[in-house]
Design a protein around this ligand. Structure first.
Ligand code: ZN
Length: 117
């Protein structure tokens, strides 16, 4: 896995047009880095030129254990967010392997190994 600083910088640079406000803080665990990368790729693919100019992510965070994405984009981006938020329920936010939602003080999606640590 990545070092936790690396993937954030990498995604900010690769999908620069989606972060017009500059360096974006992704308030999620390292295990969701691949999922976010896929979200940004899909958004890039559905946007037309006009959308691309105005699009910006407002918030990318974990809430009640699941991924929560907010943006100023179209319904097509909403569909991608719905998919990703549902997918996050099965991806360990610690390591990216298959996990499930658990309550251990806080709600988190964790695999067995990460749940124990
Ligand atoms: Zn894990």
């Amino acid at each position: 896995m990545d070092d936790g600083i690396g993937w954030r910088t990498r995604l900010n640079r690769e999908f620069e047009s989606q972060f017009p406000q500059g360096t974006f803080h992704f308030a999620v665990g390292n295990g969701w880095s691949e999922l976010l990368g896929e979200v940004f790729r899909r958004v890039d693919a559905v946007e037309d030129e006009e959308e691309r100019v105005f699009f910006a992510w407002a918030d990318i965070k974990e809430k009640w254990g699941l991924l929560r994405l907010t943006h100023n984009g179209s319904d097509r981006v909403d569909d991608i967010c719905d998919w990703a938020e549902a997918a996050s329920e099965r991806i360990c936010d610690g390591c990216g392997l298959s996990g499930r939602l658990r309550k251990d003080g806080l709600w988190r999606v964790r695999c067995d190994a990460c749940a124990g640590s």
